[in-house]
Design a protein around this ligand. Structure first.
Ligand code: AKG
Ligand code: FE2
Length: 200
C-alpha cells in the first residue's frame, strides 16, 4: 500500500482524500460477502453516542448498528484488517502522521432513513484519534438509496461520497466534520480510527 503524491497533498491541504478502489474488485466482493454474512449472523448492536462519561443511544442522532472487528488472519475480514494496518503505516511514512494502533468498526445502517448527524470523530486536545479511514461494502448502491457521506472541509464546499463498494475515504479526525445522510437501503461501512503513537 502506497499513498500517491496526490493523496498526501490532499490530506495536507484539504484534510481528506478519496480513492475509488482500495482492495480491487474481486477481493472487495469477497470481503463484502464476509461482512454481509457477519451482519446476517446477528450480534450487531445499536451504536452509542458518548457525551463526556455518558454513553447514550439516540437514533435521532445516529441510527447504525455496530460491532468491532479484531485481527482474524486468514479470513476475508482479516485481509481487510491487514489492509488497514498497511494503510496506517503508509499514512505514517508518507504523510508523517505518526499513527499507532487502530480500532476497526463494522457499521450497518439498516435503511429506513437511518443517518448520523454532523459531527467530528475527535476534538483537539481531547482525544488521540488522529485519522479516520472508511471503506464501503455496498455493491449496487444507487443514488436513490441516499446514505452519502458528506464531508465538510474547513475552507471549501461540502463533498459527498456515495458509499459504493471498495471506495475508501481517509480524513483527519480532528479537522473534518461529516455526516451520513439518511440511507434508504442497508448500508455497510468499515471504519478505522487511528490513534497517535503516543496514545495510551
Ligand atoms: O459510515 C460513514 O460513512 C461514516 C460513519 C461515521 O461518521 C462514524 O461512525 O463516526
Ligand atoms: Fe464519524
Amino acid at each position: 500500500m502506497e499513498l500517491t503524491d496526490q493523496d498526501v497533498e490532499a490530506l495536507g491541504t484539504w484534510g481528506y482524500f478519496i480513492r475509488s478502489t482500495f482492495l480491487g474488485e474481486s477481493r472487495a466482493r469477497v470481503v463484502r460477502d464476509a461482512v454481509q454474512a457477519r451482519v446476517e449472523a446477528g450480534g450487531l448492536k445499536p451504536a452509542g453516542i458518548r457525551r463526556g462519561a455518558d454513553l447514550t443511544r439516540n437514533s435521532a442522532v445516529r441510527g447504525d448498528l455496530i460491532d468491532w472487528v479484531l485481527p482474524e488472519p486468514g479470513t476475508p475480514l482479516g485481509e481487510l484488517w491487514e489492509g488497514y494496518r498497511a494503510l496506517g503505516e503508509a499514512l505514517s511514512t508518507g504523510a508523517y502522521l505518526g499513527l499507532g494502533r487502530f480500532d476497526l468498526q463494522l457499521a450497518c445502517y439498516p435503511g429506513g432513513g437511518a443517518h448520523y448527524a454532523r459531527h467530528r470523530d475527535a476534538f483537539p486536545g481531547q482525544s488521540n484519534r488522529r485519522a479516520t479511514a472508511i471503506w464501503y461494502a455496498n455493491a449496487g448502491w444507487e443514488p436513490a438509496h441516499g446514505g452519502v457521506l458528506r464531508l465538510y472541509p474547513e475552507d471549501s464546499a461540502p463533498v459527498d461520497v456515495p458509499p459504493v463498494l471498495d471506495t475508501l475515504v481517509v480524513f483527519l479526525s480532528e479537522r473534518i466534520e461529516h455526516e451520513v445522510l439518511p440511507a434508504f437501503a442497508p448500508r455497510l461501512a468499515l471504519t478505522a480510527w487511528y490513534y497517535g503513537r503516543d496514545a495510551g
